[in-house]
Ligand binder design. Structure first.
Ligand code: 6PG
Ligand code: NI
Length: 195
């Protein structure tokens, strides 16, 4: 890992970083239990293990003072009425923030705190989103044609707590409500015991 200044480019139209040190692929099978309509999920998975999203990371030491960065690409699609989305997570170090810059596509960032505050921010090309410390975050692609592409930067020591979200879910879901995009309460949301 170079410790000298470096540049990278995000060449359009694909906006995949010119320098990628980790390429994470998240197919449907890696998101079991995350979509509300489990029947639709099983039906889709039975047909094809569709690629839902990818993350292109520029690796840095996971230590205080460093910044991790990369590009997240959520592909268009739905499971039942629910739009394709990332797993979502709290940072293991809860008191760490994150900045997202939307490069392409359209969607939303669904966010919540352990205390139950919720927020949904629209993402369009040029949108800069500041996710404060303590807010879990999940990217949702609501376009039916194009990818939702965001550049993200967060503290190198933040870490990822997926477990809480895997157990509780997010309080809000983003669905295609028939006459447009709707934000609905997650009927399966439940507080993790003792958390
Ligand atoms: C992070 C960022 C971001 C996120 C991707 C994929 O903390 O690393 O929030 O890079 O990891 O958007 O989302 P999931 O980590 O929830 O799968
Ligand atoms: Ni994050």
């Amino acid at each position: 890992m170079t410790d000298t200044p470096f540049t990278l480019t995000l060449p359009f139209p694909k906006v995949i970083p010119s320098k990628v040190e980790a390429h994470i692929k998240r197919p449907l099978s890696s998101l079991r239990g995350m979509f509300a309509d489990e029947e639709a999920y099983e039906r889709m998975l039975g047909q094809e293990d569709t690629l839902v999203y990818e993350v292109f990371e520029i690796k840095r030491n996971e230590e205080v003072g460093e910044l991790a960065l990369g590009v997240s690409v959520v592909h268009p699609g739905v499971v039942g009425a629910e739009f394709f989305m990332t797993k979502g997570h709290f940072h293991s170090v809860l008191e760490t923030a994150e900045v997202y810059y939307c490069l392409q596509g359209e969607g939303f960032m669904v966010m919540e705190t352990p205390e139950g505050d919720t927020s949904v921010a629209a993402l369009r090309p040029g949108t800069v989103l500041y996710v404060p410390p303590r807010w879990a975050h999940r990217s949702v692609c609501t376009s039916r044609q194009g990818d939702l592409v965001t550049l993200f930067v967060y503290p190198g020591n933040a870490g990822h707590d997926y477990g809480t979200i895997e157990k509780q879910g997010f309080r809000k879901l983003v669905i295609d409500g028939g006459n447009g995009i709707a934000f609905v309460d997650n009927p399966r949301w439940k507080k993790e015991a003792g958390s």
